[in-house]
Design a protein around this ligand. Structure first.
Ligand SMILES: NC(=O)c1ccc[n+]([C@@H]2O[C@H](COP(=O)([O-])OP(=O)(O)OC[C@H]3O[C@@H](n4cnc5c(N)ncnc54)[C@H](OP(=O)(O)O)[C@@H]3O)[C@@H](O)[C@H]2O)c1
Length: 279
């Protein structure tokens, strides 16, 4: 599995990881099996949040990684409503308990809320000093938010944002900013918000299908590779079905050519700069 440096840590992390929003909906046994299969295939970056299933996702991951903690790059997120200085410490302790671990590799502010960023950052730095988190980052942060948090404590290690073929707004400024500041860009909902994207009777779907055929790949694998054409991007597809986990891991096996990327860029337009959307 291709590894990339995550943030400024020089820590190699697989470009393709595993999301876990709604993973509990598949039932505990299947969810655990899917996550473990992902680990076996090298998808060792696992993303979760205290919000997901009100802790159920973290607890399932805790079981899935039992005995394998050192293989995993483990990320969780504090809810904005908990992101006061004290609330962040409490939320992190609960996430660590849910996950059955003594540390997170990266801890994110899920999105910006009403607590001043300084409070959250003070808590993140305290957690880091205590070894409870190894790094911290943000999620759903647009340019002005990134600048603001950087002025407090330096650039975040990660910004996790919505990014897929039909939602490329971050290419205007957020990706370049992250590249310039050594911030890992983690793409969530990488398959997009509409299955129609993959409909081969549409012009975009046809382009995806043709490129996939040429690589002996699937349209969804091409969709992941498209996002990974930027060297600081990571993707975290969520998959509870074993076939999906295997397919996502196998997106590591090929690269898009410059011509493939150009054809996709033409088929799925960048659009004008605008505010960062959220899923
Ligand atoms: N920071 C944030 O605000 C934020 C917001 C949203 C998501 N996230 C994170 O990003 C992760 C990924 O985003 P997401 O869950 O919204 O969407 P996603 O990963 O783009 O899509 C997940 C859906 O795609 C299906 N799928 C997975 N692999 C597939 C394949 N190879 N072929 C066909 N279908 C496939 C899954 O089915 P099965 O599960 O049935 O296999 C599931 O229904 C989340 O799980 C979460 O960890 C973060």
């Amino acid at each position: 599995m291709q590894q990339r440096n995550f943030g400024t840590s020089n820590r190699p992390v697989p470009a393709i990881g595993q999301g876990s929003w709604q993973i509990e909906a598949s039932g505990k046994a299947d969810a655990i099996a899917a996550l473990r299969l992902g680990l076996d295939l090298g998808l060792t970056h696992i993303d979760t949040a205290e919000m997901y299933g009100a802790g159920a996702s973290e607890r399932i991951i805790g079981e899935a990684i039992r005995g394998r903690r050192d293989e995993v790059f483990l990320v969780s997120k504090v809810l904005p409503t908990n992101a006061s200085a004290r609330g962040t410490l409490r939320a992190c302790e609960q996430s660590l308990r849910n996950l059955g671990t003594d540390r997170l590799d990266c801890y994110l502010l899920h999105w910006r809320g009403s607590y001043p960023l300084t409070e959250t950052v003070v808590a993140f730095e305290a957690l880091k000093r205590d070894g409870k988190i190894l790094s911290w980052g943000v999620s759903n942060f647009d340019l002005a938010d990134l600048e603001e948090v950087t002025a407090i404590a330096g650039a975040p290690e990660c910004n996790q944002v919505l990014y897929h073929l039909q939602e490329r707004a971050i290419e205007h400024a957020v990706i370049p900013w992250c590249q310039a500041h050594g911030t890992a860009l983690v793409a969530y909902t990488p398959f997009g918000q509409s299955p129609a994207l993959y409909d081969p009777t549409t012009s975009g779907g046809r382009v995806l299908e043709q490129i996939a055929l040429a690589h002996g790949a699937t349209a969804r694998q091409v969709a992941l590779r498209f996002l990974l054409r930027y060297p600081n991007v990571f993707v975290i597809p969520k998959a509870a079905r074993p076939g999906h986990v295997r397919e996502n891991a196998a997106a590591d096996d090929f690269e898009l050519s410059a011509a493939d990327a150009a054809a996709l860029e033409a088929a799925f337009k960048l659009g004008s700069p605008r505010d960062l959307p959220m899923n």
